[in-house]
Design a protein around this ligand. Structure first.
Ligand code: SAH
Ligand code: SF4
Length: 375
């Protein structure tokens, strides 16, 4: 059997791993053993899985593998930020960034696709077009690489990665099953054991797929709204032509209703100078969001080569924030620390010609909220 036909155990959920062991005539308790080796201890070599019998190790070597993305470049900076450029099958690269938020929290920004088909007008990933979906192994592989960089987890209470945001390259809900499988692994104690409030899926609003999440998974949801009316939103986020704002807000509320108390949606709003940052936009946004339990993250636009848009002035950003606060919303603005991260990311990107660096920048605001929740 060659590498192509071997089962990559890295991307299997607990249930899938049980099915795998059933299929090879092995006992189900092997699932917990192998999953802990892979996800807690970062082991990718069956010979190191010392509580498995030698014949079982030999059998697994024949038919299976634990194969993470290849690390092309990594950078650990003094402030605790860690970045990786990872090569996935087919030669494309994705970037994963781990950002320390405070003493206790480290947030990992994870990609779900190479490129993106949704073509939002202000997004550099969208401008690259869509290349392909990542597999579950490639998605969870980003968490695996990040955690592994801290060495084996001997104390399961101490997690190197405390929060994950699906805010890297790609639209997670256009790659539904692999993203769900990966998030299940993030939440699973045999995987990464993260609290449901510390795993955030960000989407531009693929309404039927949000509907599909209901009852299937319980994670935090962030919606990339970016405009308070359909005319403007359809210009910035073309998928709005298919699923307009009201449909989106309705499905968000239905999702929330199934999650129980004290949960809310994060509304992401990228502020673009002269486009969606005016007082009338804030007033309209305040009105349209009245119906939803939500908090708002304002993301100053991050310019990239050949983009026509500009980042608003500091005053314009503060004016917009104040208007929303006055209207009674909890509003965060991406902190300036994101700029340092971006600068560092920019260098990385220059070296490897990868354009995912913007991903690092939205994390701050969203995860400040997620971290303040009781997990
Ligand atoms: N596809 C998903 C997740 C990845 S993008 C989504 O759209 O939600 C993560 C966030 O960054 C989204 O809110 C997205 O709209 C925003 N974003 C993309 N490009 C940006 C840019 N150049 N400046 C500021 N925010 C941007
Ligand atoms: Fe895709 Fe999100 Fe970029 Fe839109 S903002 S093009 S959905 S990655």
């Amino acid at each position: 059997m060659n590498a192509d036909t071997k089962t990559n155990l890295l991307g299997l959920t607990t249930q899938q791993m049980e099915t795998f062991f059933d299929s090879i005539g092995e006992k189900r308790f092997r699932t917990a053993q192998v999953m802990k080796w892979i996800h807690h201890y970062g082991v990718d070599n069956f010979d190191d899985m010392t509580n498995l019998s030698k014949p079982l190790r030999a059998k697994l070597k024949e038919i299976a593998e634990v194969r993470g993305p290849e690390i092309v470049y990594q950078d650990f900076s003094d402030d605790g930020t860690r970045k990786w450029v990872l090569k996935v099958d087919g030669g494309s690269c994705i970037e994963t960034v781990l950002i320390p938020m405070d003493e206790k929290r480290r947030t990992l920004c994870v990609s779900s696709q190479v490129g993106c088909s949704l073509d939002c007008s202000f997004c550099s990933t969208g401008k690259q077009g869509f290349q392909r979906n990542l597999t579950a192994a490639e998605i969870i592989g980003q968490v695996w690489v990040a955690q592994r960089s801290f060495g084996p987890r001997t104390d399961t209470a101490k997690r190197p990665v405390t929060n994950v945001v699906m805010m890297g390259m790609g639209e997670p809900l256009m790659n539904f099953e692999p993203v769900m499988a990966s998030m299940r692994l993030m939440l699973d104690d045999m995987g990464y054991g993260l609290s449901k409030r510390r795993v955030t899926l960000s989407t531009s609003g693929v309404v039927p797929q949000i509907e599909k999440m209901i009852g299937q998974i319980d994670v935090a949801l962030a919606i990339s709204l970016h405009a308070p009316n359909d005319e403007l939103r359809s210009e910035l986020v073309p998928i709005n032509q298919k699923y307009p704002i009201q449909q989106l807000l309705d499905v968000c509320q239905r999702y929330l209703d199934t999650l129980g108390d004290n949960r809310s949606i994060t509304i992401e709003y990228t502020l673009i100078a002269g486009v969606n940052d005016q007082p009338q936009h804030a007033a309209q946004l305040a009105k349209v969001l009245r119906q939803l339990d939500c908090k708002i993250n304002l993301i100053p636009f991050n310019p990239f080569p050949n983009s026509d848009y500009q980042r608003p002035s500091r005053n314009a950003i503060m004016r917009f924030q104040s208007a929303m606060v006055d209207a009674g919303y909890l509003v965060t603005v991406r902190s300036t620390r994101g700029d340092d991260i971006d600068a560092a990311c920019g260098q990385l990107v220059g070296q490897v010609m990868d354009r995912t660096r913007r991903s690092a920048k939205y994390i701050d605001a969203v995860q400040i909220d997620a971290g303040s929740d009781v997990g």
